[in-house]
Design a protein around this ligand. Structure first.
Ligand SMILES: [Zn+2]
Length: 586
């Protein structure tokens, strides 16, 4: 169903009249009054100066940067991935307008699941507060989670037994909704049982407060996995939500700062002690969707992860993603204790101090690297690696100031640093692997040899490589010929069915008579592909850098070249960071 054939115009107008578009959009985008309208950073494209306008009187938004425009309905459709009907239902609920019942194409799936989740939350919560929940409440109490927090976060307890909740709520549901709700599992012999059994339940809410999923924690003894989470459902996509964002958004907006912690209990304790700008990324590593969610409300984010090394590693992984959105990233350090321990032991002031003293990301990274690098050689390598990890920064001014700082702190020259990070891609492949390249065969020829010999690698090559990846015309021709002959199921002999001529035939003969590289050929192929791609990108980066130094450039040409360079550096970091070839877009 679309807006056009939903004929009850009156209802739509009624909802439009009742809902303030500024208020609605403010839930997810920080808006400031500017003249007769409101302005903020566009949620549809990445920008640093606000060009996203919201007009309360007209009930419309428009971005002068990317051109997106619409009303309250399209806003939810676009930002929450809802259909028009889902947006209509959501907004009708918000406006307190009742909708006539009608048949819609999605069968009201979203609404059915949200309603089921709500009744599940109530069921689990009642159970926790009953005498069944004595032990669980004691467990939570020991971790500082009191009745007030249980209520605020809607915590619950899934009962012991295989299908207690199913018998209560699932039986009356349409089987197709049962399946996608994520709360039940199908028995092998038919029938259903509960996903969550005998676990403390943490409801996960979206930014509007809808219960979209659950996390369940073991508390009696370690019988199974410590945590079980809802699978993805029509209302829940992993990595798109931040735990407690619905409770934290106001304060995050007010402070223009979000604090990220690791788990449910960290969040709950922080809120208990008044730090309600705290959210968690729900166990998974921070995703770019989550960062986007924050960057619409705040300009700064503090990573307050556990003191152990896993926590630190998580902090560093998260940082690169955060930097891409141009956020001011800080890292809070906790010696010996994690945030929850600190608060539990009554050390609130130390928690506050840690947040206040949170190091700027780059400072944090430099300090850690300097700690471990003992001599000038190690420092040079560390500086170079750090710089290559910064190639995801798209702001060229920021990037060049960072290069300057890194050079100073590591005691190396800026020029040397830039040259090294741009041109030397080889260290990513171990020396031993390089030596496996057979005499007289460089990386490109080895790739061709492997493709010639192994049909499987031929297919990989067809997928991962392009003729342009090869440096010489004749090699490109041979590559294309191998792919084409392979595709037609022809044998790899002679001139490949006349596809190769002239010096191409000589090259083919040379390759055919060479030895096959030894070792894990799949791994070699993947490494060689990476090298070839990096060589090509490095050559382009080099051209770009040389051109940028020409004095005759106009401002426009400079901007174009800088853009091109930024793109290349980003592409390079994608290739460098891809675990195996195929993970990066080719
Ligand atoms: Zn925009």
């Amino acid at each position: 169903m679309s807006q056009q054939n939903f004929d009850n115009r009156q209802i739509i107008d009624e909802i439009r009249n009742r809902i303030d578009i500024v208020e609605l959009i403010s839930e997810t985008v920080s808006l400031k009054k500017a003249g007769s309208s409101y302005k903020g950073l566009c949620p549809f494209h990445s920008e640093k100066t606000p060009s996203f306008n919201v007009n309360r009187e007209r009930g419309l938004y428009k971005c002068f940067g990317c051109g997106k425009s619409g009303d309250i309905f399209s806003f939810l459709e676009e930002t929450q991935g809802m259909t028009f009907v889902e947006a209509l239902r959501e907004l009708a609920k918000l406006a307190g307008v009742s909708l006539p019942s009608w048949k819609s194409s999605d069968g009201g799936k979203r609404e059915a699941i949200l309603a089921l989740n709500e009744s599940a939350q109530k069921f689990f919560s009642d159970n926790l507060l009953s005498k069944n929940g004595n032990e669980a409440r004691a467990y939570l109490g020991k971790r500082g989670i009191n009745a007030e927090m249980i209520e605020k976060f809607g915590l619950g307890l899934a009962p012991t037994g295989w299908d207690v909740f199913y018998r209560k709520a699932g039986k009356s549901m349409a089987p197709e909704n049962l399946k996608v709700s994520g709360l039940f599992r199908e028995r092998e012999g038919g029938g259903w049982y509960d996903l969550f059994r005998d676990r403390i339940i943490f409801p996960i809410q979206d930014i509007h407060g809808n219960i979209i999923a659950f996390g369940g924690r073991e508390y009696l003894e370690e019988k199974g996995p410590k945590y079980i989470n809802s699978p993805e459902t029509p209302v829940y996509t992993k990595g798109k939500t931040l735990y407690a964002m619905n409770l934290a958004k106001e304060k995050i907006k007010r402070l223009s700062c979000a604090v990220l912690v690791e788990g449910y209990t960290d969040v709950i304790l922080c809120h208990k002690y008044g730090f309600s700008q705290v959210v968690a990324s729900l166990g998974t590593a921070l995703t770019s969707d989550q960062v986007a969610l924050i960057s619409r409300l705040a300009s700064k984010v503090i990573l307050a992860y556990d003191a152990d090394s896993a926590g630190q590693a998580a902090a560093e992984r998260g940082i690169d993603i955060v930097l891409m959105r141009g956020l001011d990233v800080r890292v809070a350090l906790f010696e010996e204790k994690d945030p929850a321990d600190l608060l539990l032991s009554g050390d609130e002031s130390r928690f506050v101090a840690s947040l206040d003293k949170a190091e700027e990301f780059i400072e944090h990274r430099i300090n850690r690297l300097l700690e471990s690098a003992k001599n000038p050689q190690e420092r040079a390598v560390a500086a170079k690696n750090l710089l290559s990890s910064l190639s995801s920064i798209t702001d060229s001014i920021l990037r060049s100031s960072l290069i300057k700082r890194i050079a100073e702190r590591f005691g190396v020259s800026e020029d040397a640093l830039i040259t090294a990070s741009n041109l030397d891609s080889r260290p990513i492949i171990e020396k031993a692997e390089i030596q496996k390249i057979v005499r007289g065969m460089d990386t490109e020829l080895s790739l061709l040899k492997l493709m010639l010999e192994d049909p499987e690698l031929r297919e990989v090559g067809a997928r991962e490589l392009r003729p342009e990846d090869f440096s010489k015309e004749v090699r490109r021709n041979v590559f294309s010929a191998i792919i084409e002959a392979g595709r037609n199921g022809e044998s790899m002999i002679g001139d490949l069915g006349g596809r190769v001529q002239g010096i191409g035939i000589d090259l083919l003969a040379h390759i055919s008579n060479s030895e096959l590289p030894t070792g894990d050929t799949k791994k070699l192929f993947s490494d060689f592909t990476k090298i070839v791609k990096l060589q090509k990108i490095d050559a382009e980066i080099n051209d770009c850098t040389v051109n940028l130094q020409k004095e005759s450039l106009t401002i426009n040409e400079k901007v174009m070249l800088t853009k091109q360079l930024t793109g290349l550096l980003k592409e390079k970091s994608l290739v460098v960071n891809s675990k195996k070839v195929g993970e990066h877009p080719v």
